[in-house]
Design a protein around this ligand. Sequence first.
Ligand code: F0G
Length: 459
Amino acid sequence: MADKPAHQQCINVRCQATFDIAEALVACPTCDSLLDVKYDWDKVHLPKTLSDFNKRWARRDRMLDFSGVWRFRELLDFCDDRYKVSQGEGQTLLQRCDGVGQYVGLKQGGLFLQYEGLNPSGSFKDNGMTAAFSHASMIGAKRVCCASTGNTSASLARYASAAGMEAIVFVGSGRIAFGKLAQALDYGARTFQIAGDFDDCMARVKEATAALGLYLVNSVNPFRLEGQKAIMLRVLEGLGWDVPDWIVVPGGNLGNSSSFGKMFGELKELGLIPRIPRLAVINSSGAPTLDRLVNEKKLTYNGGEFDRQVIVDDFKWQDDTNTKPHTIASAIEISKPVNTTKCLRALEICDGVVRQVPDFEIMDAKAQVGRHGLGCEPASAASVAGARLLVEQGVIDRDARVVCILTGHPLKDPNASVGYHTGQYDPDHQVEGERLYANMPIPVANDLDKIVEAIETKA
Ligand code: F0G
């Protein structure tokens, strides 16, 4: 493993301590900042152009060429092939969607949806999990763990059962959608329902990791974020290796946005793309920490010389005032995102913006995504609602080419969908608003005439 041209490095510009790739670290031991995986690009066998990767399509009988992550393996070259754990992740599509584009306010051909719900466990997490598990297997880890709003635990559970490792997951009691809980249980993960929310689970799982020497696969794991870079490669591939104008992504723990920024920074540095797209990170109004930090408190990365105290004070204010996140988009019900600093860096690299959207707009946008044939879970639709807001605000041009990331499959959270269409949300997840695209089920007697009459009667 030592012959791989990669190492870990502290992202704090005043520290920059380096560590071997064989170490399992989730923070810099010196200054507690996040870590990056860095490459010695001169030693990597890079393609001359990104389109060289297309050749791998002809060799899809080989697992690593089939994987939508590992077929770009030179751009995340930290692990020997023999350790790689793949589940055929990343068979996901970038789809042009004019119907949703019209809803967002873009011209024909302007909106693309990157449907990550097609992954093996039904969310984008599998992109990161294959990378984290490959690292775990490379260093001989036996017990893997995470805190989760649901999708990370489902993905971890699936990869752990495939890799023969013990899976330990922490979820907030009553805080995750049943589709996701069902997966974690089915795949055999030991699932601990902590009496608290995601942020509590995250804090406890870090402590448990340290206490028990577990292998943590949350997005503080720098190897996981390397896998998620592949989502952007597939977006570029879907556009014939052209760069879109905007990438719009929901923001929860901020792993995706961080990893997208890193990927675009690297591709530009390597001369593999001519320009970097702009990035929009969308919070739910029920968990708007990033929006508050960036838009109210004007926090910027400032080349790494940012004011850390602003984040510390915000998190403390949340504790002091007992301010808790609450949103129907349970996947992004997170108010102390662990990747805040990396996300600030991504916003700087990509000239990014942050917005928040209310739950009723998220649910309307979700219904639009469903109505136009794709479907997604609530958190994913924040990207579409956010793009719509940004077009309305004139930040995104009407003739721009925009990619929204649909992070999770619609069946992850059927309660939210049925709640929207019937108006009967779960008691803990009521959403105010008109439900503009509700498609109510129609009760009919068990009688052909009545059924015919009902079918012929248009509302
Ligand atoms: N969308 C979905 C469907 C998610 O599951 C998550 C995160 C996000 C968006 C936010 O992504 O953290 O990269 O900003 N879910 C995590 C989990 C936290 O535990 O499953 P992020």
